[in-house]
Ligand binder design. Structure first.
Ligand code: PFF
Length: 470
């Protein structure tokens, strides 16, 4: 374990290697966003048109912003707001810019609270399939003899049970808190180094299984047939939002992880690997899920219910269905946990460094706050379904607590955080400091700089305006 790598501030922990940093950052990026949200969004937004535009967004906006974020963290070697303050100070700029990261830290806290609710659903399905495996044995399809409506009703059934929802939500949050309270090397890094390789093994196995047993060629043509007519403004908006969520951008998470990177890590290359892995997983997730969906004759546009409600029906028809279903949800659990850990780390690092308290105490304080919001989010699906906290604003009319947090973070915090980051890195910070950190040369460097200074902030502002006023 490297407690302080070259160039780090005293007492500040660092990743033990560049690989550990990559695994942790890929772990943050790869999560429910890839496995649950990406296929659902692709299915609802016409398949190929969405997928190709998504890739375009990752390259043009996601990757440059990702590099800008980790770069700030690595220079600052501290929690996100303090890192921005240090970059500002070393650039003779106003320290008030740290507000961009303070907003991000707060957004990460909000996302954490509802992300753990969905994490709880994953745990519920693990329980369902484990129980089914015991009942039906290894070789049988899942849920022997049960009608499809029964299986599709599992999620609504869970929603109807407020106590169970809250229990699962808090359980998932507690596991996240456990690992974050242990710090970088024996907590967060441990989760990434062990769970991410396991995730990839399961993921490849299930994709190959899906390719052989499902309707693979239909899935490939669905995801890669680019039909220009389907590329509407709405589809573009959905694609950009998805790219942001998936790459963990605009919420200080990547800044916080960048702060544990050593000076000898090439951030340009590392960002490329993170974005490549995240996008690869999203596309492979589509290739794993759609063959199963098509083979079972299900609809591609089932939306958020695609993974939780439809797929278990498909597992029923499969040989080894209970086993595959169990492994599938265990795999999603690993991906979700490595992401929730990064969501909790951003506010926790801020609290314990700012107030100079033990990491454990800070984890408990932030976790308790996330638990309170999480309970309200869990109740959005049952007892408080008609509570619309921002209902007086047209954009959030008839939007329950869970969806309000999702909407506020995705439509306001993430784009504002990213636009401010681009302005700060592209226009305010000392160019030599930035050049020194980014690990890029020649044409790549020029391109990145032009994207961060001009393209990203403008495109993001336009998208945000669309999102808010269309
Ligand atoms: N990128 C994660 C996913 O795709 O599930 C979600 C996420 C994690 C968003 C961490 C933001 C963040 F800071």
């Amino acid at each position: 374990m490297a407690v302080a790598g070259s160039g780090s501030k005293a007492g500040h922990e660092n990743w033990s290697s560049r690989t550990a940093f990559i695994l942790a950052a890929v772990g943050s990026a790869v999560g429910l966003g890839n496995m649950w949200r990406f296929p659902a969004e692709a299915g609802e937004n016409g398949g190929g048109a969405f997928v190709l535009f998504y890739i375009f967004c990752v390259l043009l906006i996601g990757l440059p912003v990702l590099l800008a974020e980790v770069l700030i963290g690595r220079h600052g070697q501290a929690n996100a707001p303090e890192s921005v303050r240090r970059v500002a100070r070393d650039s003779n700029a106003g320290e008030g810019w740290s507000i961009l990261a303070s907003l991000g830290v707060f957004a990460a806290f909000l996302i954490l609270s509802f992300y753990c609710v969905v994490g709880g659903w994953v745990v519920y399905y693990i329980g369902i399939f484990a129980n089914d495996l015991v009942q039906t044995g290894l070789t049988g399809g899942a849920f022997a003899g049960r009608p499809a409506e029964d299986i599709e009703g599992l999620l609504p059934g869970l929603f109807g049970n407020a106590g169970l929802m809250i229990g699962l939500n808090l359980g998932f949050l507690a596991v996240t808190m456990f690992f974050v309270s242990r710090g970088i090397s024996s907590g967060i890094e441990w989760v990434a180094v062990y769970l991410m390789p396991l995730f990839f093994v399961l993921f490849l196995g299930i994709t190959i299984y899906g390719a052989f047993t499902g309707n693979f060629s239909d899935a490939v043509s669905y995801l890669f047939t680019f039909d220009f007519e389907k590329l509407t403004g709405e589809v573009m908006l959905a694609a950009v939002g998805q790219a942001f969520f998936s790459l963990s951008l605009g919420v200080a998470g990547m800044m916080t992880y960048g702060a544990y990177a050593n000076r000898d890590t090439n951030l340009g290359k590392t960002s490329g690997i993170i974005a490549g892995a995240d996008t690869g997983v999203a596309i492979l997730a589509g290739l794993a899920i759609f063959p199963i969906v098509f083979a079972a004759g299900l609809s591609a546009s089932a939306g958020p219910g695609l993974m939780f409600a439809s797929l278990p029906v498909a597992f029923q028809a499969m040989p080894f269905g209970s086993m595959i279903g169990l492994l599938f949800f265990v795999m999603i659990f690993f991906a979700a946990l490595t992401s929730s850990v990064s969501l909790l780390e951003a506010p926790t690092a801020y609290v314990f460094e700012k107030f100079n308290m033990p990491r454990m105490v800070a984890t408990l304080i932030v976790g308790a706050g996330a638990a309170v919001l999480g309970v309200l989010s869990s109740l959005s699906f049952n007892d408080m379904a008609e509570f619309y906290p921002l209902g007086f604003i047209p954009l959030f009319a008839e939007t329950n607590f869970f969806d309000t947090l999702d909407g506020v973070t995705a439509k306001l915090f993430m784009p504002i955080g990213a636009i401010l980051t681009c302005i700060f890195v592209g226009w305010i910070a000392d160019a030599r400091l930035i050049d020194d950190e980014n690990g890029l040369d020649g044409i790549l460097h020029q391109t990145w700089r032009a994207l961060v200074r001009f393209v990203c902030p403008v495109v993001l502002a336009v998208i945000m305006a669309f999102g808010l006023f269309s």
